[in-house]
Design a protein around this ligand. Structure first.
Ligand code: PLP
Length: 372
């Protein structure tokens, strides 16, 4: 028997040992456990409340029994279909369990501890989470007028000799979008040895002309897409990245080969074929966005222009935004989120749902803002 004093706990790596012990993302399920009752509506995670393609659901039912089998580790059929959509080759594509996993993979592959990453202050927190987890260093530049400051990001990357520049476009949490010409200028002005990560989780909500054209053989750029938003498959966990093979294929050395499940691959293929569903979701989201504009007017706050499936509402001050978030969750069981860092901490971010979900929100938002 080993005596107690020999059972010393293992020592965490320097990087992980230095991280805070808190859980960074409080999920709606955790909020329900804290509240002791279910939420009325989930408008905090930009999931699609319009659901997945019915054709994808039918395909899932058909193959449910194949849950006992691993998926194709190369995701070949899906990569062929995605490559055809983007007019690229399967070798340009890597699949993963959502953009979130792929961001971590790219950071692992390209960032040495101590190297610098540039992004907007308070930008998409999951990317920051991965950078922290790999011992990266941040240099950030504030949003300007609730938009990413494109050239300030590039200038900062140059000054800081950054290894990675991250941009979400359309942006989370502001919902704003930069024009394709601006993205082209950023690519043209990228400093040497800087990898540009362009997170396009909300690309389907843009007009085709709003999507930048970037040469697929440019080894300095990786683009990210997801099935979690317009495709309504957040729970199946699927995202993909694309770029030059020399940049993206090394990820095969470290990715979880069987991470993307068999059922997920089948459902995604069917969802890609169901273009009518995606068009209907995009149209319904646009309708909801217009409704949120009217709702903000009625409630006495400002809805920022959005190119996504959520709208950022400006409450004027951080204190009012924090109080609104708390009131919506605690008094009305409406789950929303908000950014934590100035100057965007005066915003709350609310997912666009179908009319029934929006009615629940309207009944809560108007009195909650009035009571601030
Ligand atoms: C900018 C951005 N990137 C990535 C994600 C996560 O995508 P996924 O579900 O594919 O991990 C989100 C989800 O909110 C997002 O807003």
């Amino acid at each position: 028997m080993i005596s107690d004093d020999r059972r010393t706990p293992p020592v965490l790596s320097r990087i992980v040992g230095g991280l805070p012990a808190t859980i960074p993302f409080l999920g709606p399920e955790a909020i329900e456990r804290q509240l002791g009752h279910p939420l009325a509506v989930r408008l905090g995670a930009n999931e699609s409340l319009f659901g997945p393609s019915p054709r994808a659901v039918a395909a899932l039912r058909e193959v449910a029994f194949e849950s006992s089998l691993y998926g194709d580790p190369e995701g070949w059929d899906l990569r062929v279909a995605l490559a055809a959509n983007h007019q690229i080759k399967p070798e340009n594509l890597v699949l993963g369990c959502g953009i979130d996993e792929l961001l971590g993979l790219v950071v692992q592959a390209y960032l040495n501890p101590g190297e610098t990453v540039v992004m907007s202050t308070g930008g998409y927190p999951t990317f920051a989470y991965h950078v922290n987890g790999h011992g990266g260093r941040f240099a950030t530049t504030p949003y300007r007028d609730f938009r990413n400051d494109a050239m300030a990001l590039v200038d900062l990357a140059r000054r800081e000799n950054a290894k990675i520049l991250y941009l979400a476009n359309p942006d989370n949490p502001t919902g704003s979008v930069l024009a394709p010409g601006v993205i082209a200028e950023m690519v043209a002005a990228l400093p040497e040895n800087c990898l540009f990560l362009l997170d396009e989780a909300y690309a389907e909500f843009l007009e085709p002309a709003q999507i930048p054209e970037i040469a697929i053989d440019d080894p300095r750029v990786i683009r990210f897409r997801t099935f979690s938003k317009a495709h309504g498959m957040a729970g199946l966990r699927l995202g993909y990245l694309f770029g030059a093979p020399q940049t993206v294929r090394p990820l095969d050395r470290i990715r979880n080969q069987f991470g993307v499940g068999r059922l997920t691959q089948v459902a995604a293929l069917e969802s890609l074929r169901d273009t009518d569903h995606i068009s209907a979701v995009v149209a319904a989201v646009a309708e909801g966005r217009a409704h949120y504009g009217r709702l903000a007017d009625a409630a006495g706050c400002v809805a920022l222009p959005s190119s996504t499936n959520f709208v950022a509402f400006d409450l004027g001050t951080e204190a009012r935004a924090n109080a609104l978030l708390k009131s919506l969750i605690e008094n009305y069981r409406v789950f929303i989120r908000k950014p934590a860092v100035a100057p965007i901490d005066r915003l709350v971010r609310i997912t666009i749902g179908p009319p029934a979900a929006r009615a629940i929100l309207a009944e809560a938002l108007i009195p909650a803002v009035a009571a601030l």
